[in-house]
Design a binder for this molecule. Structure first.
Ligand code: ZN
Ligand code: ZN
Length: 173
């Protein structure tokens, strides 16, 4: 949903998006179930909009250790400032006082794209290390099966330590 600055009032314009469609082709994640976003947009000036809101979604991520998909719940509060500046004024803006702890987003046109906001927030919420659980045992270095479901029948699988992987490689030579 794209909201032009001219549609936003100074007392606040409310937007509630449930079941927001968000194509995730080529993204690092898939959506599982609905994406809910609620926010209020305030016009601070002709070229400055403040967004306050929250977002809930469940993502499907790929575990770094066992490579299987697992659900990851995202619940984020959003506080953003959108600024649209005609290009010739950009050099002036750098002298502006920083906008406190709100994130400032420079726009190329005076339109807030709520879908793009949601996408950015989801990316920011992604964990640095993706693991399906603290106890994830990873995959067997010999057969590549996940060790979590115990389907691997390889013998002598001490643990999927780097040394075990090396040993497995050595054996193959
Ligand atoms: Zn895992
Ligand atoms: Zn195995």
């Amino acid at each position: 949903m794209r909201v032009p600055f001219s549609n936003i009032s100074s007392t606040g314009s409310k937007y509630t998006l449930s079941n927001m469609p968000l194509p995730t082709e080529g993204e690092e994640f898939e959506l599982q179930g609905p994406l809910e976003m609620a926010c209020v947009l305030y016009k601070k000036s002709e070229n400055r909009i403040v967004l306050q809101g929250s977002l809930q979604a469940t993502l499907l991520l790929c575990c770094d250790r066992c490579l299987s998909a697992y659900p990851f719940r995202v619940q984020a509060d959003i506080q953003l400032i959108f600024e649209f500046q005609a290009r010739e004024h950009w050099h002036l803006k750098e002298l502006d006082v920083p906008a406190g702890d709100l994130d400032l987003v420079d726009l190329a046109e005076p339109v807030v794209d709520l879908e793009e906001v949601a996408r950015q927030q989801l990316y920011m919420a992604l964990p640095f290390k993706k693991t399906c659980s603290q106890q994830c045992k990873g995959i067997c270095p010999e057969c590549g099966e996940s060790l979590n479901d115990g389907s691997c029948t390889c013998k002598g699988q001490e643990k999927a330590s780097p040394f075990a992987v090396l040993a497995a490689l050595k054996k193959k030579e």
